[in-house]
Write a protein that binds this ligand. Structure first.
Ligand SMILES: [Zn+2]
Length: 474
């Protein structure tokens, strides 16, 4: 049974879905005006790992995550680049897909765009006005935060404290338009400088930021969803406002569980990443030099609620772990190709695999405790290495062990199968060459020959020289 930490109640709760066997989850996606930074990647990886664990546990997951493709940052960046907002957002939507694919982040079931839901947003805002929760003011539409009971509960904010902060932040124009400083915009009247506007009952304008997530989550997943996720910095104001709008509109609980991932720090000093500190790392740049599987493993194996420290040491360690897991898989795969395998099952390895599965699930069931899950995976790899050297191995049980191992490691987002490895990544080849050298040294010539044959099948030729083994691509 899975337990998750719910930000709303600040406790770990037993996870129960609304529909049996189906998880409906909505995760706030990035604003597409730049390449994603590692903070964006962290959120995408954290929730991809959670999604993959639900799928491993035989749930069907409907995973909806948006692109915010209209907002002040987009308008500014497009203006500076001298291109349309749409040209800019299309470019960075594609870049998001290109940068997340090597990290084994599964595409969302639905990836809705704010700009493709304008008529639904207008209908939703209209309903909020009809219900007395929102009001039009000089082309803008604002939500009456105080009318919504428990406003601020998610982030444990008190509305009177919020009011003080809001009064200090707002410009005079906004303050004059709002009935209460704590009210927030669900629709923004057109700025004459900005071309990107839509007609509405309140004149030309564009949606406020928060409204798109309410509209799209409800449209694709229903009035009440199982899980709403995002970075912890979104709890207030973004998710707080999503709850107020959604529940005012439907009269139902918006999400049963709120999950938030921690932030990212960069370097050994654990500085919080920010543009002003000059330590703003984009995934696009990182992928030029860092093995994507190592980056994925490093980010997935820090518990999602904890701060994640991005350091070179952590990447180096993760690279070695990925290599070790892939080698363990390959060692058994080679061994099973040899002619002397048993055709019957091997109860001893079956029992071990069942124990690893149960321990893995026990770890992950506890609010996705990836640190404990990695201990299981590492022990599993050790057991596979031992099995690869057994006098007798079973083809059936060995294949089952490999399948279970690959499935567990894939929850973390790392593919241990040779077909899943990047072709321009030489670390796997080098690990295999080293494994073959070790096998020769141990006079295990069958294993050494099997490794040579597997490399040959992948187009890698080995040459034994006085200085050691050289390899080249055919
Ligand atoms: Zn959102």
């Amino acid at each position: 049974m899975i337990h998750v930490f719910n930000t709303m109640t600040r406790t770990k709760e037993l996870f129960k879905t609304i529909q049996p066997g189906i998880v409906n989850m909505y995760v706030c996606g990035p604003t597409v005006y730049n390449y994603i930074h590692i903070g964006n990647a962290r959120s995408a990886i954290a929730f991809d790992t959670i999604r993959r664990y639900f799928e491993y546990s035989d749930y069907q997951v409907n995973y909806v995550s948006n692109f915010t493709d209209v907002d002040d940052k987009i308008i500014k960046a497009a203006h500076e680049a001298g291109i349309t907002e749409q040209a800019l957002t299309t470019k960075f939507e594609q870049a998001f897909n290109d940068d997340t694919a090597p990290l084994n982040i599964k595409p969302a079931t639905v990836r809705p765009l704010a700009t493709e839901h304008i008529s639904e947003i207008i209908t939703f805002v209209d309903d909020l006005i009809a219900k007395g929760y929102a009001y039009e003011a000089d082309g803008d539409v604002y939500f009456r935060a105080r009318k919504f009971p428990d406003y601020g509960h998610l982030a444990h904010q008190n509305i009177d404290d919020l009011e003080v902060g809001a009064s200090e932040r707002l410009d005079d124009g906004e303050l004059a338009r709002k009935e209460d400083p704590v009210d927030f915009a669900v629709w923004k009247g057109a700025d004459p400088e900005v071309a990107i506007t839509w007609d509405s009952p309140w004149g030309p304008g564009r949606p406020g930021w928060h409204i798109e997530c309410s509209v799209m989550a409800i449209k694709y997943l229903g009035n009440t969803i199982d899980i709403h996720g995002g970075g912890q910095d979104l709890a207030f104001p973004h998710h707080t406002n999503e709850i107020a709008q959604s529940e005012a509109h439907t009269g139902k609980t918006f999400a049963n569980y709120w999950l938030h991932n921690g932030f990212v720090t960069v370097g050994d000093d654990n500085e919080k990443m920010s543009k002003s500190l000059g330590n703003f790392v984009t995934v696009h740049d990182l992928l030029q030099t860092v093995n994507p599987q190592a980056l994925r493993l490093m980010m997935a194996t820090t518990h999602y609620r904890r701060p994640l420290a991005y350091t070179q040491t952590a990447i180096t360690e993760a690279t070695q772990i990925v290599k070790r897991l892939q080698t363990a898989y390959t060692n058994v795969a080679f061994r099973l190709k040899q002619a002397d395998t048993m055709t019957t099952i091997d109860e001893a390895i079956d029992t071990q695999v069942a124990q690893f599965k149960s321990a893995f699930m026990q770890a992950m069931d506890d609010d996705f405790n990836v640190a404990n899950a990695m201990t299981v995976i590492n022990d599993f790899a050790t057991a596979l290495n031992v099995y690869a050297k057994a006098d007798h191995v079973s083809a059936v049980s060995g294949e089952q062990a490999l399948a279970e191992f690959a499935d567990q490691v894939m929850v973390i987002g790392v593919d241990v199968k040779p077909s899943g490895r990047a072709t321009d990544d030489n670390s796997w080849i080098e690990a295999q060459v080293a494994a073959r050298d070790a096998a020769k040294k141990a006079k295990d010539y069958a294993q050494a020959d099997a490794i040579r044959a597997e490399l040959k099948a992948q187009g890698i030729v080995l040459e034994d020289t006085a200085q050691g083994t050289r390899w080249k691509k055919e």
